[in-house]
Design a protein around this ligand. Structure first.
Ligand code: ADP
Ligand code: MG
Length: 142
């Protein structure tokens, strides 16, 4: 399925809806250019899981973990990763194959370690439709 948003609030709301419906063991892969709204989506998603505190991109740590929601949330941002070995160092397998939900910004950079079944979220701009327009595609959510 895909939908269109025209403001950060709408993208947040879509994230919130998916966060509400998220199930343990799911891995959400977020891709799209810098500044398309992956983090905005993630913030809504976290809210949907019942996480109240601030959620920001874990740019320098790769992984940020939130335990206060309905399910544990593992938020990865692998934009600056050099090698997938860094994922091993932070123990990603416990997150991918654990009881929580993973959300990975820039997952295409770690394709080789992703499980076969993931939920793909792709965010695209289209300047012809306005500066705040985003097309958001969700694939693989049952
Ligand atoms: P990313 O994590 O993909 O690099 P961010 O979520 O950090 O991007 O930033 C997205 C930026 O785009 C924010 O400044 C946000 O206010 C702006 N924006 C404008 N329109 C939208 C929209 N429809 N959805 C999401 N963000 C939007
Ligand atoms: Mg981001």
């Amino acid at each position: 399925m895909w939908m269109e948003t025209n403001s950060p609030e709408e993208t947040f709301a879509l994230g919130e809806q998916l966060g509400n419906e998220a199930e343990a063991g799911e891995i959400y892969c977020l891709n799209g250019d810098l500044g398309t709204g992956k983090t905005v989506f993630t913030q809504g998603f976290a809210r949907g899981l019942g996480i109240e505190g601030p959620v920001n991109s874990p740019t320098f740590t790769i992984l940020q973990q939130y335990e206060e929601g309905r399910l544990p949330l593992y938020h990865f941002d692998v934009y600056r990763i050099g090698d997938v070995e860094e994922m091993e160092e932070i123990g990603y397998e416990d997150c991918f194959y654990g009881d929580g939900v993973c959300l990975i910004e820039w997952s295409s950079l770690i394709e080789e370690i992703l499980p076969k079944h993931v939920i793909e979220i792709t965010i695209e701009k289209n300047m012809d439709k306005g500066f705040d327009y985003r097309k958001i595609t969700v694939e693989g959510k049952k």
